[in-house]
Design a protein around this ligand. Structure first.
Ligand SMILES: [Zn+2]
Length: 295
């Protein structure tokens, strides 16, 4: 059982300062961070799966999460989330993200869950019109708000001080990141990206792909020995270990093996004499994450 003086949180306005205040009050927190308990301590009255509210309707097109507040009571919140059977940890990030909207003072809006249900019943054309109207009224979350809420979710679920302690003396590889994902109960890709951002001194690139085609990359760009050869919507390099892999491609890790620097980089810096390693985690449904790390 944790207790949080949430009135103190009202003095803070950025994801960083709010997360810091929570950790200042709860220095004993460890992985997995109890996000439900923290949310309930911050005047979130209810956290529920969308399914419980949809009354048999399909929730396929619903957003990952939703935060709302009873009218005229802005400090009380309700969080709804989507649950995914194949990604059970994803809801923790969703809830943390929505809690960010609840705690960041500028994010609060007054749309109710009924508004949302009505919205999803509209035709595509009507949806566009409605979004345009709501945006003008300032009621739709802007991209900036989304980024801030994601930042808060990362800071609260994967705080730097706990992760750094966790990484001490460990070899950075995808199998180990998978252990951290289970320890923190945060999805593998979120843990991998956050770890890369925290370990600023390492030369790491993560290539998120679907059926061998890059969805996006995440890297410590300044530490890489050259320009990464792969970007959004491009296939992974022909001579990569990934492209020549013959074995299992479902929930499978390849070994972390050395690969030619030219495979992954162009415009390589003069005198580069380190070793480039490549490793892939084949996830479900054709998704994969490839680690390229220079050691
Ligand atoms: Zn959001």
């Amino acid at each position: 059982m944790i207790t949080l003086d949430d009135v103190r949180l009202d003095d803070y306005f950025t994801p960083h300062d709010i997360a810091n205040e929570i950790y200042r009050q709860l220095p004993e927190l460890s992985f997995p961070v109890p996000i439900f308990e923290i949310a309930y301590q911050c005047r979130i009255e209810l956290i529920r799966n969308f399914e419980d509210f949809a009354l048999g309707e399909s929730i396929k097109d619903y957003p990952e999460g939703y935060w709302t507040t009873p009218k005229d009571e802005f400090d009380i919140g309700i969080i709804l989330y989507k649950d995914h059977e194949i990604a059970p940890y994803r809801k923790h990030f969703t809830i943390a993200h929505e809690l960010g909207h609840h705690l960041l003072p500028l994010h609060r809006n007054t749309a109710s869950f009924n508004d949302l249900k009505e919205f999803y019943a509209l035709s595509e054309e009507q949806k566009k019109e409605k979004v345009l109207k709501l945006t003008k009224e300032g009621k739709i979350e802007s991209e900036e708000f989304e980024k801030e809420a994601n930042k808060f979710a990362n800071l609260i679920l994967l705080p730097k001080h706990l992760l750094i302690k966790e990484f001490e003396g460990k070899e950075f590889c995808l199998r180990y990141l998978n252990e951290v994902s289970h320890l923190t109960q945060v999805s593998f890709s979120t843990v991998a990206n956050r770890s890369c951002s925290i370990l600023k001194d390492k030369a790491i690139a993560l290539i998120h792909a679907e059926n061998g085609v890059c969805n996006y990359t995440w890297s410590n760009k300044d530490n890489l020995p050259g320009l990464l050869r792969v970007g959004k919507k491009q296939p992974l390099p022909k001579d990569s270990i990934f492209a020549n892999h013959k074995g299992e491609t479902y929930e499978h890790f390849t070994e972390k093996e050395p690969v030619d620097v030219q495979t992954w980089f162009s415009d390589i810096e003069d005198g580069f004499d380190k070793i480039v390693f490549e490793q892939t985690y084949y996830q479900k449904k054709g998704f994969s994450i490839t680690l390229v790390i220079i050691e």
